[in-house]
Design a protein around this ligand. Structure first.
Ligand SMILES: [Zn+2]
Ligand SMILES: [Zn+2]
Length: 358
């Protein structure tokens, strides 16, 4: 089974070609179909901002490392007991790349994100097929195309970020980073009744995208004074909720200064292992009573992500589509930053099924 994988560890940005990480299409063995499993013929799998971190060896260095956790597809086969959610062969689906076992202590304690068996079904989905446990699979609503459906997983991350903000209607909200997670989080914050909704982002196209989908203000942190602008937008009070979706080590420290007293800052991205952010405990935790938190994965978020997906505006995120054989070019396009999101078409499921869905 052809699968997109990291074939050499290294930064995909390394100017030295000898040291640069590499992506390739590798043949992986088919996964077994257990009695509670669902085999999915993958239609679309999106490249995630975390994928280049995998190339750098963030989660291990044994290559090849199969990629792909944001996907949609069509049910191809069901194990004999995989019927509890009413799934049928031919259903259009998306889902959670992680299976929460339900049995371990964290799962039983309401903290599925720390499931001790979380890796068991974490299988690469940027592939011809992927086999998941039935609990990972969600049928897509009729009005959601397979192309849009591959954004269910990043949408679940935006939902989880929203959960961690503990936003109240009317709170002033800033989102830092206009990549896919930042754009989705912005739209989710808009649904929550956020005010002074601000996108902080250096790339002009991404600021414009945010303005088209609910941002009331945008700040270019390179050419503008972010602190003065934030003061002006919030009458000097700061934002009640600040979300980092940039993962930028240059950006993260300044977010503490634009947060309001008593505010919440959610660090909703991945950060380099060795990065340490200076944090004045007296200023930020004692005097300002900030709540700082983060997001690892998105438990308890998929059913709600499925509910809001039809209402999200994502055309800009689904515009760049490459075929599986062109995965290397797709990653180059991702690294270039030219597209807010790059998607790989793993199978031409739609014309095979005679479906007219875009
Ligand atoms: Zn992702
Ligand atoms: Zn568990």
């Amino acid at each position: 089974m052809r699968t997109v994988a990291v074939t050499k560890i290294g930064s995909l940005r390394d100017p030295d070609e000898g040291a640069r990480g590499r992506i390739g299409v590798v043949d992986f063995p088919d996964q077994p179909l257990g009695p509670e499993d669902v085999r999915i013929r993958v239609a679309y799998a999106a490249i995630c901002g975390s994928d280049p971190h995998l190339a750098e060896g963030f989660f291990g260095t044994d290559v090849p490392i199969g990629l792909g956790h944001e996907l949609s597809g069509v049910v191809e086969a069901l194990g004999e007991r995989a019927v509890r959610n009413g799934l049928r062969v031919g259903d259009r689906v998306a889902g959670n790349f992680l299976r929460f076992c339900g049995t371990c202590r964290p799962c039983q304690d309401g903290r599925q994100q720390f499931c001790e068996n979380i890796q068991e079904y974490n299988r690469p989905g940027m592939a011809e097929t992927v086999t998941w446990h039935e609990s990972q699979v969600y049928r897509l609503p009729d009005e959601v195309s397979l192309l849009k459906g591959c954004l269910l997983e990043p949408t679940s991350v935006a939902v989880r970020i929203a959960d961690k903000t503990r936003i109240r209607v009317g709170d002033r909200v800033a989102v830092c980073g206009g990549g896919p997670i930042g754009q989705l989080a912005l739209q989710v914050m808009r649904m929550y009744g956020a005010t002074s909704l601000t996108m902080i982002e250096p790339i002009a196209e991404r600021r414009e995208m945010a303005l088209r989908h609910g941002a009331q203000h945008v700040i270019d942190p390179v050419s503008e004074n972010q602190f003065a602008r934030a003061d002006e937008i919030t009458d000097g009070r700061g934002y009640d909720v600040v979300i980092d979706a940039s993962g930028s080590v240059r950006a993260v420290r300044g977010l503490l200064d634009i947060a309001a007293k008593g505010g919440t800052v959610v660090y909703g991205a991945m950060y380099p292992h060795d990065f340490e952010m200076p944090l004045g405990l007296s200023d930020y935790l004692y005097l300002k009573e900030l709540t700082l938190t983060g997001v690892f994965v998105s438990p308890y978020a998929f059913p709600r992500a499925l509910q809001i997906l039809p209402h999200l505006e994502v055309d800009e995120l689904t515009a760049a589509v490459f075929d599986l054989d062109d995965a290397v070019a797709a990653f180059e396009a991702h690294m270039s930053g030219r597209h807010p999101k790059v998607i790989i078409r793993c199978n031409d499921v739609e014309s095979a099924a005679g479906e007219g869905t875009p």
